[in-house]
Design a protein around this ligand. Structure first.
Ligand SMILES: [Zn+2]
Length: 443
């Protein structure tokens, strides 16, 4: 008996023994479906949250909605010893030059920053949207509940803040409600530029847009699958970088894609019942979302979203036509599913916020040789590294080898031509960074 007790004591306190962290399971368990439902209901009750709607009323319109979101963040902060820095970030948009702007207005984002203890200038960001729209995007008075699009993403962001504020992290976490999404991604543009001006070192943006619908227009009902959209390579890369890709690879290995793979892996590890679907494109066909303005400035960013959309329930005035009920009303939101996707966000925010930075430089060599050589810059705070490789046709990092606190390694007998490679950093607490794809060549 004594032996068994000792064994259990060891097993349950030593994260390095296993593959998983008890804290991550605790975070999953603390995400509350009731909290999410109440938050979406409150947002829906503002009638419309169109970015150009009333700002003075305390019960209706975008002004009331953003003030409520700010007060929610402040309440959370009050119960974590003021761990959140809460503020408005805003930009003025004008009717002139913007075909979908009905009148000049401030586009106001609500931002809450939980500062990291070790790397305060490194930020992992979770976003949802404050705003909603009716059938006509210029119509800022008609009811537009936007329960799924995108009160779910906003509620998920608030809920992640409530749960994660109970922990301390090495990197900073930003929880943000963005505005002006429906008329031109104005809020995302504003915050991305703000972050760039402030020199934020952004680990990545997890943009949540519609995380509550499980019954698709395609007739499929599925509460397990969700999509992670990521673009292949940054749009602001140089011509030289583009040219080098032809010879050294990287067509499907940009920074946003690595973030998508990280989320896929964390989800499969801690929520194996879920089915994360990596979609190899910026966003849905011809449509957009708030991660894009961050991508435009060279930051990693992905979109997390339901797998099965229902178009009669998005961007539609509430009405009944030919027996079809139109409108984005709360009755269509599946909160069990919203809870799962909120958990997906929370565990990835936590894992990244507890992890050391990824290696900045990874060099690779092995042309006409039987082995691959990898060399990387050591990372402050890392105690080991993980070398990954995969078949060139595989979407996920399928093979790996953990190495100690060293800065180069040779994978004997692995031919460089037949795989893609990458390196991540592992911290003392066993949390791991995103994978860095080689960005230097060794001859
Ligand atoms: Zn929308």
């Amino acid at each position: 008996m004594k032996f068994i007790l000792t064994f259990f004591t060891l097993c349950c306190f030593s994260f390095t023994w296993g593959q998983t962290s008890p804290k991550i399971y605790e975070i999953i368990d603390n995400i509350s479906e009731d909290e999410l439902r109440n938050k979406v209901q409150t947002l829906v009750d503002f009638g419309t949250r169109n970015t150009f709607s009333d700002t003075l009323s305390n019960t209706r319109g975008i002004g009331a909605a953003r003030r409520w979101i700010k007060s929610e963040f402040e309440t959370i902060s009050n119960s974590c010893d003021n761990c959140l820095e809460v503020f408005y970030q805003k930009d003025f948009v004008t009717k002139e030059g913007n075909s979908r702007v009905p009148h000049d207005a401030w586009v106001v984002n609500v931002v809450a920053v939980q500062k990291g203890t070790k790397y305060p200038n490194r930020y992992i960001i979770m976003s949802g949207d404050i705003d909603s729209r009716a059938s006509d995007t210029m119509d800022f008075t008609t009811d537009a509940p936007g329960a799924n699009d995108n009160a779910t993403g906003m509620a998920g962001t608030l809920e992640a803040a409530r749960v994660l504020s109970q922990y301390k992290f090495e990197n900073s976490i930003v929880y943000v409600g963005l505005s002006g999404e429906e008329q031109g991604l104005f809020g995302g543009k504003g915050l991305a530029q703000y972050a760039k001006n402030k020199d934020w070192d952004i680990i990545g943006v997890l943009n949540n847009d519609m995380i509550g619908n499980i019954e698709g227009v395609d007739g499929i009902i599925d509460n397990r699958t969700f999509r992670i959209f990521s673009e292949p390579t940054p749009p602001n890369e140089t011509e030289k970088q583009r040219r080098l890709r032809r010879f050294y690879g990287g067509e499907v290995d940009g920074i946003s894609r690595q973030l998508a793979r990280y989320i896929h892996k964390t989800t499969k590890t801690y929520l194996p019942e879920m089915n994360p679907m990596m979609v190899y494109r910026l966003d849905r066909f011809g449509r957009g979302g708030h991660h894009r303005p961050f991508n435009d400035l060279g930051f990693a960013g992905i979109r997390i979203m339901e797998a099965h959309e229902n178009y009669t329930q998005q961007h539609q005035d509430i009405r009944e036509e030919n027996g079809i009920k139109y409108g984005d009303v709360i009755e269509h939101v599946n909160f069990g599913y919203t809870k799962k996707l909120t958990a997906v966000n929370a565990i990835n925010l936590a894992s990244l916020a507890w992890a050391p930075p990824a290696p900045k430089t990874v060099a690779i060599g092995g042309i006409v040789e039987a082995s691959v050589k990898l060399k990387w810059d050591k990372v402050d705070g890392a105690t080991g590294y993980k070398i990954y490789w995969r078949d060139t046709t595989s979407p996920t990092w399928d093979h790996s080898r953990t190495v100690g606190d060293i800065s180069e390694f040779t994978l004997e007998g692995i031919v460089i031509d037949n795989y893609f490679f990458g390196v991540s950093a592992i911290g003392e607490n066993n949390f791991e960074s995103v994978v860095t794809f080689p960005n230097q060549i060794m001859r």
